[in-house]
Design a protein around this ligand. Structure first.
Ligand code: HPA
Length: 234
């Protein structure tokens, strides 16, 4: 047990999928895993462990934003020995060619500040995806015929952003989408020598102001789970 996770060491697999929403963790475990068992419900942040194609997998919520993800990723890495961490979440599209429902694989992340800012100070560390996971996820998405973009994303500290100038600068520099967790996940994976990737569905668009209807979110979420599982065990 850790401060925020009630599971015993051994209850959590070496490969963990990390949706922001704990109810999505439960849905994904019930839909994709065999013999899924609930291993955490502290603060309602559900975690489930089961198997997929014979491989042991845990699916665990992170909550929203880097400070929340940081708590769970730190404990999963340091206390439970997790080796592969794949975020499955949503992002806001920031380029015209990135459409609602498309998948974005985050190769690198830009941020204003992550919980690691105190360590790096003036250094602009570049949190990046694990190449083996990224390549395998891109191959899986292609096989599944899902329109997919690979590139840089923005990990924001706020959902309701007050800096349109920064958004414009990032759009000019090809940033594909915005979410709120991946930079910290990649930074922690780098620090501890683990593999990490963020697989994201475009759920809303900063330029067109479209949003994915709730019903479609489930289908897109399922696609991401499958891409993540295939990538993890490629
Ligand atoms: N902003 C920040 N995070 C997000 C968004 C957004 O528009 N969409 C999904 N996650």
């Amino acid at each position: 047990m850790t401060t925020h996770i009630g599971a015993r060491v051994g209850d959590i697999a070496e490969t963990v999928l990390l949706p922001g929403d704990p109810l999505r963790a439960r849905w994904a475990a019930q839909t994709f895993l065999k013999d899924a068992v609930c291993v955490n419900e502290v603060r309602g942040m559900y975690g489930y462990t089961g198997t997929w194609n014979g491989h042991r997998v845990t699916i665990h919520g992170t909550g929203m934003g880097m400070p929340s993800l940081s708590i769970y990723a730190n404990e999963l890495i340091s206390e439970y020995g997790v080796k592969t961490l794949i975020r499955i979440g949503s992002c806001g599209g920031m380029q015209d060619h990135v459409k609602i429902r498309d998948v974005v694989l985050a190769m690198s992340t830009t941020s204003m500040s992550t919980p690691s800012r105190g360590i790096f100070r003036e250094l602009n560390f570049a949190p990046s995806a694990d190449w083996s996971l990224l390549a395998a996820a891109a191959a899986a998405a292609k096989e599944m015929n899902i329109p997919t973009h690979v590139g840089g994303i923005y990990s924001s500290d706020v959902f309701y952003d007050e800096r349109p100038d920064l958004t414009a600068a990032m759009e000019r520099h090809g940033i594909l989408g915005v979410e709120m967790e991946a930079a910290e996940l990649y930074t922690l994976a780098a620090r501890h020598g683990r593999r990490a990737l963020a697989v994201l569905t475009v759920s809303d668009h900063l330029k067109t102001h479209e949003a994915l209807p709730a019903k479609d979110r489930e289908q897109s979420f399922g696609d991401m789970v499958e891409i993540a599982l295939r990538a993890a065990f490629a």
